[in-house]
Ligand binder design. Structure first.
Ligand code: IYR
Length: 252
């Protein structure tokens, strides 16, 4: 058996989660040989089963809503960890898996993130965004107050690894980083929703403070902050209308 294409990682337990406060930084490619081909024989499903699964998933996913009012009720941590594990199965450019998910439970750190985010948003909503952007946001009714950052029991702060930083501090290119991390976040939101949890895709701007608060290395850049929990009992969501399928689907 060749080790072609396999990876080794440093400082990780066999569960794949670091024992320390922060996930370990990166996978170390130990080879540049082709991956071994291994058989891929997923269980076959009939057309009927596919149709049923697809229709159910469509109904279920149509019920996902971005939530901004969270309950402070606790959520089983394993559900969130499993959703992150789902996200980490995402396809990525050159299979470089250029993501780090920082799971923040600590109330003090969440409070710090909230304070810094609200600080930035204050400036953004006071004019930095510009008139056109502010008008686009007006229907959503968002403002600089971000109570969800401390109400939701978890924040998942997603970082993209702009490049790979090896042990010697050398930089190596990563490809399609935004696309890869965007796909992973989509899968994360799907997994959270199908597990019965609510989430908000929050992109405070600028997000640089997140690197400092969460002590991320210089190859990482914050991509999104995702509060996760149950919706508040009195939560409402805007009466949005999704585009019809014929507005988004073109068939040849
Ligand atoms: N980052 C700000 C503004 C904001 C921008 C977009 I685009 C949104 O869809 C929602 C909000 C905020 O989080 O309030």
């Amino acid at each position: 058996g060749s080790l072609a294409g396999s990876y080794d990682r440093i400082g990780m337990t066999t569960s794949g989660f670091s024992t320390g406060r922060l996930p370990d930084m990166a996978w170390i490619p130990i080879h540049d040989q082709p991956y071994d081909p291994v058989p891929y024989r997923p269980t076959k499903v009939t057309a009927e089963e596919s149709l049923q699964a697809a229709a159910e998933l469509r109904t279920k996913m149509d019920q996902r809503r971005t939530v901004r009012a969270f309950s402070t009720d606790p959520v089983p941590e394993q559900v969130v960890i499993d959703a992150i594990a789902v996200a980490a199965t995402a396809p990525s450019g050159a299979h470089q898996q250029p993501w780090t998910f920082v799971l923040v439970k600590d109330p003090d750190i969440r409070a710090r993130i909230r304070a810094e985010a609200e600080n930035e948003e204050q400036i953004s909503y006071a004019g930095r965004l510009g008139d056109e952007w502010l008008s686009a946001l007006r229907p959503l009714g968002t403002d600089h107050n971000k109570p969800h950052l401390t109400d939701a029991p978890y924040l998942i702060v997603v970082f993209e690894q702009r490049f790979y930083l090896d042990d010697n501090g050398e930089q190596h290119k990563h490809y399609y980083v935004d696309e890869s991390v965007g796909i992973a976040v989509g899968m994360l939101l799907t997994a959270l929703h199908l597990s019965g949890l609510a989430a908000l895709t929050h992109t405070p701007s600028p997000m640089k403070f997140l690197s400092e608060v969460l002590e991320r290395p210089r190859n990482e850049k914050a991509f999104a902050v995702i509060p996760v929990g149950y919706p508040a009992d009195d939560a409402t969501v805007p009466r949005l209308v999704r585009k019809d399928l014929d507005q988004v689907l073109v068939t040849f």
